[in-house]
Design a protein around this ligand. Structure first.
Ligand code: FAD
Ligand code: EGU
Length: 476
């Protein structure tokens, strides 16, 4: 089948419209399934060669945490079971302290877990699923160079330098954080756009299996929280772990020799050295430069009834909530629900999509950035454990009133902006509770002290001790 243009498909009553999905990454491939399921003629365009045929795939991050929102989207196109069966459940985080101690903190109740999934595998499965619809065509080696918001005409270039012009009824921009589709939005009036690079970069390192088994406990998201420095490890199906080291670029640049790498790991992640291997660590650290992380917010997400942005093209978030892909997948459900509601009338669907989705995507972008700042500022392993235990305790005491923020984000489809609002509300409830208890304690304590005054010297020493303990908690 060749590419349809407007002239060739006059759009009679039985003629379905042509939807061009630009970008065949995670969100583009999933979106192709959503539109194909609705019966549209779907044309997907992707810069790269077909990753299912490519020998080496070098993309961003090898594995991802898939949670409820992402799973729900997969379920809509009948892909949930397949993907889940190829993922590794992570029931808890495993916090690695500097002294090598490991402490698990469950994500929730017994059945609540997130999954570690292989990005390349997920992408391949979604492309294959899209291709099984007879009304979908995948076009690889097609890089969108430019398009016109006036005519809707897109220009693609191929690796041999040839150009191709394509027209569609709807253009869906799923071409990632540096979206070429978005460029035309930027030229228009009343388009809001912000982009922020954070000072941190990331680098991926591998922990191979030991005697054919995982080097660490597999069903956990392993975390080494060290304030400015942080490492996270997710399990892979081949029994390796992929470790992601997060650190300011200027710190990456300070390390220039293999010995300095080992010295650095000795200081901050000593327990990881034998698991990665001294030689592998020295080699892999210099294999690729550290990668940048960007946060992008914009609005509106659409131009007329012609074009809409989804996934990272609409909202790149920093990876400190494990929600980038999950939010992009949820975009697809939200769009689909609005398509249902407005009878697939693009001129009504697109503005409604912007109206509904922008506040939620902006909320998750803000949350991820907030968590980045919070972790960098003062999250060491003790503080992380302490905070999560407090969260869990309050939830245990008042299960209906206090729900941890990450629970709403990770295990429900509570709209992101509502989760944030609820979180602020809960904070006020907790603070009032604390104020109330403190007032009670103060009044009660004063009463007791007046009744039987203690020896002041006995009190001072414990108070000093308590202070040094609190300081240790914040800084060690
Ligand atoms: P992309 O995956 O970037 O895909 C865009 C596609 O468009 C690519 O295939 C690209 O080749 C193609 N393309 C680009 N330009 C053009 C063009 N001009 N013409 C045609 N095609 C084009 N998210 C989670 O949910 N959980 C996690 O645990 C998680 N961890 C992460 C860890 C790190 C270190 C990073 C950086 C991100 C993480 N994310 C995570 C976020 C996640 O990777 C992204 O949100 C997700 O990949 C977005 O998918 P996408 O399809 O919108 O964009
Ligand atoms: C970062 C990089 C722990 C994969 C945020 C938690 C992440 C992931 C957390 C990466 C953290 C941070 C949450 C999940 C997840 C936690 C979460 C972060 C997956 C608040 C492949 N984060 N990530 N929060 O709660 O909600 O365990 O690269 F260290 S999964 Cl930064 Cl749930």
């Amino acid at each position: 089948r060749h590419l349809k243009t407007m002239e060739e498909s006059p759009g009679g009553p039985s003629q379905k419209k042509v939807v061009a999905v630009v970008g065949g990454g995670l969100v583009g491939a999933l979106n192709a399934c959503f539109f194909a399921k609705r019966g549209f003629d779907v044309e997907l365009f992707e810069t790269r060669e077909d990753i299912r045929q490519a020998k080496i795939v070098r993309g961003r991050s090898i594995n991802l945490a898939l949670s409820h929102r992402g799973r729900q989207a997969l379920k809509h196109v009948g892909m949930e079971e397949k993907i889940v069966s190829q993922g590794i459940p992570m029931h808890a985080r495993m916090i690695h302290s500097l002294n090598g101690k490991q402490s698990p903190i469950p994500y929730g109740k017994k059945g609540q877990y997130i999954l570690s999934v292989d990005r390349a595998n997920l992408n391949k499965e979604l492309l294959t699923a899209a291709e099984t619809y007879p009304n979908t065509k995948l076009n690889f080696d097609r890089k969108l160079q430019d398009w016109s918001a006036e005519t809707g005409l897109m220009t693609f270039v191929r690796s041999d330098g040839s150009e191709e012009q394509v027209e569609a009824d709807l253009i869906v921009g799923c071409d990632g954080a540096f979206s070429a589709i978005r460029k035309q939005f930027l030229r228009r009036s009343r388009f809001n756009y912000s982009q922020t690079y954070i000072p941190h970069g990331y680098m991926e390192l591998t922990m191979p299996p030991i005697n054919g088994e995982f080097a660490m406990k597999p069903n956990y998201l392993h975390i080494w929280p060290r304030n400015t420095f942080m490492m996270i490890a997710l399990p892979n199906l081949d029994k390796t772990f992929t470790c992601t080291l997060f650190m300011p670029f200027e710190e990456f640049e300070k390390i220039t020799t293999g010995d300095e790498v080992i010295e650095f790991f000795q200081k901050y992640f000593p327990d990881a050295i034998p698991l990665i291997g001294v030689d592998a660590l020295k080699r892999d650290y210099f294999r690729l430069p550290a990668q940048a992380m960007v946060s992008v917010k914009c609005s509106p997400y659409h131009i007329g009834s012609k074009c809409v942005l989804m996934g990272d093209a609409a909202h790149a978030v920093v990876p400190f909530y494990g929600q980038g892909m999950n939010a992009g997948f949820e975009d697809c459900i939200v769009f689909d629900e609005i398509m249902e509601q407005f009878n697939e009338d693009f001129s009504a669907v697109l503005p409604e999509y912007t109206r509904v989705r922008v506040p939620d995507d902006h909320a998750i972008a803000d949350l991820a950035m907030y968590n980045y700042i919070e972790m960098r500022a003062h999250v060491n392993s003790k503080w992380f454990l302490f905070r999560k235990h407090i969260d869990n305790l309050l939830h245990f005491l008042m299960p209906k009133t206090i729900i941890p923020l990450y629970t709403m984000v990770t295990f429900t489809r509570t709209r992101y902006h509502e989760a944030v609002a609820r979180w602020h509300w809960q904070d006020r409830v907790i603070n009032r509770g604390l104020l109330f208890s403190a007032t009670g304690a103060l009044l009660g304590g004063s009463f007791l002290l007046i009744k039987n005054p203690p020896d002041i010297n006995k009190l001072l020493v414990p108070a000093e001790k308590m202070w040094s303990r609190l300081v240790a908690l914040r800084t060690s």
